[in-house]
Design a protein around this ligand. Sequence first.
Ligand code: AHR
Length: 391
Amino acid sequence: MKILRTLASVILSGLVLAGSCGCGRQAGVGEDQTGAGSAAGMDREKTDQPEAPETELQGQDCYINADGIVIRRGRQLTIGFSQIGAESDWRLASSASMENTFRIDNGYNLIFDNAQQKQENQIKAIREFIDQGVDYIVLDPIVETGWTSSLREAEEAGIPVIIVDREVRPEDENLYTAWLGSDFRLEGDRACAWLEALLNETSADGPVNILHIQGTMGSSAQIGRSEALFDAAKKNGWNILQSVSGDFVQAKAKEVAENALKQFDGGIQVVYCENDNMAYGVIEALEEAGITPGTRVSRGEVVIISFDSAAEGLAFTMDGKIAVDTECNPLYGPPLSRLILSLETGEQVKKKNYYEEGQFSTSEGISTVTVDGKEYPVTMVTEELIRKRAY
Ligand code: AHR
């Protein structure tokens, strides 16, 4: 089924990014269509939801398909995409989302560059995209700082730069066109609010000792999630035994956990892992040491806090090995195609575009958490939810 709409009505119906500038925590990009986080609503590949109708745009040589992807019939657009690497399942899902969206038969030419975790490779890729005369540069920056010169080079060449996932902090915010991604600080705040509720519920006596395994230092995902923990620890009197980077990688986190288990022998109640893959590594380390991941702190179980909510992470959550998994959405291909459509048609776009994200657990007592006076749902993980998960 195809319906006909004007571009403006598509913007109003939330299918295209629309604007308010700045820093609020607003939904809009990945509006939740499932009541359980936005990701499932954004990529229908594995879901059994009824398909959204295709939307023909009046006066435009393109339409929006059932997956929310803008399909172009007219001039092909060339997109240069600098991806960080392949460190996690989340990262693989984000690469797949970009490749599925910006396909030749959808009217795009995607030049995909894998930077192998090196900022210098991303800087080089941006320069190459400029030399190739791409229509748009899309950058997922490994860290927040060090981009001013590259962004200036793109600006001088007249090529718009769209930042996705992590953020940049250039000298001048006008050096990039828009950003689309997650509110990492809010993710961390929600995770810590959940931990606070759990510890209140279980009336855990004695000190709460936390092993903190960080993501890539200097990345927005690490900064937001770490700062949330530091503030919550101060507020609640939690003791952070150690903050060590595992670079978002499973094997590195396992090694960090193994060393910490030797060093703090029996003294760890919580492991705060800044992504799912690192949580998988920690689960392996705990189980090999004969320690049970769970939520019964008084019985010696270790509480694992994780982020991403990939299908495997949710399966561990269902088994009770991850106590709470806070969603981070990697499926930015479709909303990015809509953002680009807005730019192509001269529509005003928001500078910062936040996903609406979910949080998952199997602890029945905690159905919501409150952050800055706003209540957020905590969704019970079910087999059906995992089966329908798009990443
Ligand atoms: O920037 C997003 C983070 O990077 C995800 O949490 C993590 O899994 C990824 O590697």
